[in-house]
Design a binder for this molecule. Structure first.
Ligand SMILES: Cc1cc2nc3c(=O)[nH]c(=O)nc-3n(C[C@H](O)[C@H](O)[C@H](O)COP(=O)(O)O)c2cc1C
Length: 149
């Protein structure tokens, strides 16, 4: 069994942005933690306990504002990728399917996530479903406050 692949997602896409610096910090902390059984992606490794961390930058995915004509949740759960109507969605689906878990590194924008992250999440459904996810947030006011409703 191959090692588990965990994507550390750089979620803001404006230029300039702070996100790549914080993503790199999270990556460095995780890949140097002696308690985690990490392995570099290029190292052949069949130990199922091992994990690989990879940085996935939303700014490099060329996703337009949501324009998919199908509803992601309505597609076949086992193989949704070929059923999307747009090439960029199929590419995004194929990429996300490769990961077993996600760490979203995200700023707060108006007490929520940036539109770039919401957009990237909305494009898919089964590719995320049931996979563990964590959030590292930051912001001008710390990134921890939730909007009162
Ligand atoms: C549109 C916008 C909205 C923001 N809203 C918040 C907010 O609600 N709370 C907060 O703590 N910081 C807020 N900030 C500050 C950002 O979290 C901070 O500038 C952060 O560094 C932005 O990350 P980035 O450089 O990766 O885009 C906001 C910034 C922008 C651009």
């Amino acid at each position: 069994m191959p090692p588990k692949r965990i994507a550390i997602v750089t979620s803001s896409t404006r230029r300039p942005r702070l996100n790549p610096t914080i993503t790199q910090y999270v990556y460095d902390v995780l890949t140097t933690d002696p308690t985690l059984p990490t392995t570099p992606l290029e190292t052949p490794d069949t130990n199922p306990r091992h994990i690989v961390f990879e940085i996935l930058d939303l700014a490099k995915q060329s996703l337009p504002l949501y324009d998919e004509s199908v509803i992601p949740a309505s597609l076949p759960a086992t193989d949704p990728t070929p059923h999307y109507s747009k090439a960029h969605t199929r590419a995004w689906s194929e990429l996300v399917r490769q990961y077993d878990a996600f760490i979203f590194v995200t700023p707060q924008y108006n007490w929520s996530i940036p539109a770039s992250l919401k957009n990237a999440l909305d494009y898919l459904f089964h590719e995320w479903k049931g996979k563990p996810a964590g959030i590292v947030s930051y912001g001008g006011r710390g990134g921890g406050r939730r909007r009162n409703i």
